[in-house]
Design a protein around this ligand. Structure first.
Ligand SMILES: *Cc1c(COP(=O)(O)O)cnc(C)c1O
Length: 400
């Protein structure tokens, strides 16, 4: 894991000892995101991906406004999935033309906001095309559009697989030519977007998906207006347990360089090629910091009860789509280098056995008042959790 920072036996976040950070925040639990780790992650991608590939951030992974401001100086654009995310994205210096709005079920209200803002609407259906046309006519602004394609292939190895079958996402690849035939001057057609899966740790599978995507789009190019935008998706995964091997970026960079050189640039010279990443940019840069409120024995198991839980960090409890529950990495804030105790089970404060943060984890001795830190909490954490459940206060989020 990339969270190896520590000083005098204390874990550090953004160089600050976790205990000091807790005092600064004034309450637990809280989420802390390390700005330097985000900066370094983007820099790493820039060294590996071909220079002409643009890097977008998928805002839904973590929409914290301060984090978006920080990222706005590092990435080329943002992908948003709601009017709320659109507002946050437009509040940053990123130009509207570098913002894409995808997601099924966009209402006329949301589409109106998007067309008025001048962002690229990534059409998920033919209904959406009819709506943006009417909105464009009404506002006197041709809608800037791209077609999200539901691909005719599946990506192996994705934690969440999209494409290959019926989908609420995108327009089926085989229907896209008919839709293209109906486009006119009343829309500003940019190109295509294919996003075929998430949380993939296999470079070979990601390369295969990128090759299939390029094949698909080059096929559509035969019957399409000039393509100025080609969003290849992303799906780069991060390790959540010791068994996960971190993604090997080098082959992905090589594959993209070859695809661009041999296929995309010769055929689609005007296309901006975009890779959009959420989790990979921010997931490892965040921690969820909780404080122990109770420690109890029950029939041979030691339970450590912390003041947070799955209402803030659902993913760590294993209830956000995992097939097999595995513990997220966690640590005791002042336990760096201390010997490990017999395993304990770390639970939250919700009245359900699902609120399990760590099942029989090996930690140093941990008592009431200690800070327990859950790693890999920077993406799909707070905003992907049922915060209203049990009406506990919302946690603070900070960028360090
Ligand atoms: C969620 C989403 C992403 C980001 O996925 P990650 O796995 O977090 O990188 C990218 N594109 C689209 C269209 C999405 O819906």
């Amino acid at each position: 894991m990339s969270w190896e920072g520590h000083r005098d036996g204390q874990l550090t976040v953004g160089g600050v000892p976790a205990g000091t950070l807790a005092a600064r925040v004034g309450s637990t639990p809280f989420f802390a995101y390390d700005r330097d780790l985000v900066t370094r992650r983007v820099a790493l991608l820039r060294t590996v991906l071909p220079a002409e590939v643009e890097l977008n951030y998928a805002v839904k992974a973590n929409p914290m406004p301060a984090l978006l401001q920080h990222l706005s100086g590092l990435v080329d654009g943002f992908d948003v999935a709601s009017a709320g995310e659109l507002k946050h994205a437009l509040d940053t210096p990123v130009p509207p033309a570098r913002i894409g709005f995808a997601g099924p079920g966009k209402t006329v209200g949301e589409l109106t906001q998007a067309v008025a803002a001048g962002v690229t609407v990534e059409l998920e259906s033919e209904t959406e095309l009819a709506r943006v046309r009417a909105i464009g006519a009404e506002l006197g602004i041709p809608a800037r559009i791209a077609i999200r394609v539901n691909p005719d292939f599946t990506v192996r190895g994705s934690g969440m697989r999209l494409g290959g079958g019926p989908q609420q996402f995108g327009i089926d690849a085989e229907r896209v030519p008919q839709v293209l035939a109906r486009l006119g001057d009343d829309v500003d057609f940019q190109g295509f977007h294919v996003f075929a899966g998430s949380q993939n740790l296999r470079a070979d599978h990601i390369c295969e998906a990128q090759r299939h995507t390029v094949d698909l789009v080059l096929g559509l190019a035969e019957v399409s207006p000039p393509i100025r935008y080609l969003n290849l998706g992303g799906g780069f995964g991060i390790p959540y347990s010791r068994r996960d091997q971190p993604l090997d970026l080098a082959p992905i960079g090589d594959n993209l360089a070859r695809l661009l050189r041999e296929r995309v640039t010769p055929r689609l010279p005007e296309a901006r090629v975009v890779v959009e990443l959420g989790r990979y940019l921010v997931g490892e840069a965040g921690v969820y910091v909780t404080r122990v409120v109770d420690r109890k024995e029950s029939r041979g198991t030691t339970f450590v009860v912390v003041d947070g839980g799955m209402h803030h960090q659902l993913a760590a409890s294993g209830n956000l789509g995992q097939v097999i529950r595995r513990n997220y990495p966690m640590a005791v804030a002042d336990g760096v280098g201390r010997p490990v105790d017999p395993p304990v089970t770390v639970v939250g404060r919700l009245c359900t056995p699902l609120d399990l943060l760590g099942d029989r984890v090996e930690l140093p001795r941990v008592d009431v008042g200690d800070l327990v830190v859950v790693f890999q909490a920077g993406a799909y954490g707070l905003t992907a959790s049922p915060t209203g459940f049990l009406s506990h206060p919302a946690p603070v989020e900070i960028l360090v």
